[in-house]
Design a protein around this ligand. Structure first.
Ligand code: CIR
Length: 255
């Protein structure tokens, strides 16, 4: 599958107050925007037309555009992020979705789904229940996907993992990258899994964009494992995003 477009949003200065499980210091808006520019450039180099939405100070976590929407060739789904400070981000991204898709629908019902909990595999879309994605939201989303002709399955994100995709990614050609805990979960059946080497769990969140896999800087063992599995890589700094539990996938919607 070839992506042609991405939607991103410039990090705001308010990202300094972004949500995080463990405080390792506040990210700086300036430093984050510098890393974000490299990220946008890497998507462009991979062949994508990239929309960069303006920074949105009223939503500190709004640069993580993966969470309020999900995009498929058939259309886009406006989601309802499952934490109070982010719930309104679905409405904020709606116009950008409408500009790129003929069909845009809102997640039916009143449940919650964060895009970070949705993993697209070749033959199934996995939806992880988490502190952000609840049963009502996941079931409504799965139902919608079925109506669109997709196979969807709801599973439990392992304890202590923010989003399902914090701990796993699609590398392409049917191969998954996953932390050891996620690899042992049984969610992936007989599929080929590259396990993230010890101590590098953060690097489980990578993105395959056309010919390359974007990998966070500072995880040499994971980088080597991905390359050994036959994938071409591009390394990007994510030091500011990491301070607020963000990674490479969270920073864009790709379609
Ligand atoms: C949050 O807690 O919502 C943000 N600080 C980080 C969101 C990361 N998004 C993702 O994993 N999809």
């Amino acid at each position: 599958y070839r992506f042609t477009h991405a939607i991103t949003r410039k990090p705001a200065d308010s990202v300094a107050t972004g949500l995080r499980a463990v405080d390792t210091g506040d990210p700086s808006g300036d430093a984050f925007r510098a890393e974000h520019e490299l990220y946008v450039k890497a998507l462009q180099d991979a062949g994508l037309t990239v929309d960069v939405l303006p920074q949105l100070e009223s939503y500190p976590d709004s640069c993580f555009v993966e969470d309020p929407a999900f995009c498929l060739p058939e259309g886009a789904i406006q989601l309802r992020p499952g934490t109070a400070s982010r719930e309104g981000e679905g409405k904020e991204i709606r116009a950008a979705l409408d500009a790129r898709f003929d069909k845009v629908v809102e997640l039916p019902g009143s449940g919650y789904v964060d895009g970070g909990d949705i993993l697209m595999l070749d033959d199934v879309i996995l939806i992880g229940l988490s502190a952000r994605t609840n049963r009502e939201g996941a079931d409504a989303f799965a139902q919608l996907l079925k109506e669109w002709g997709y196979n969807a399955e709801v599973c439990e994100t392992p304890e202590g993992v923010l989003h399902f995709k914090t701990a796993c990614s699609t590398l392409g050609e049917g191969v998954i990258l996953a932390t050891e805990v996620m690899a042992k979960s049984g969610f992936f059946g007989e599929r080929k899994v590259v396990v993230v080497p010890d101590g590098e769990d953060y690097a489980a969140n990578v993105i395959r964009v056309n010919a390359v896999v974007l990998v966070p800087e500072g995880y040499p063992k994971t980088l080597a494992a991905i390359e050994a599995a036959g994938f071409k890589t591009v390394v990007l700094p994510t030091h500011e995003a990491r301070k607020v539990d963000g990674g490479l996938s969270c920073l864009s919607l790709r379609f």
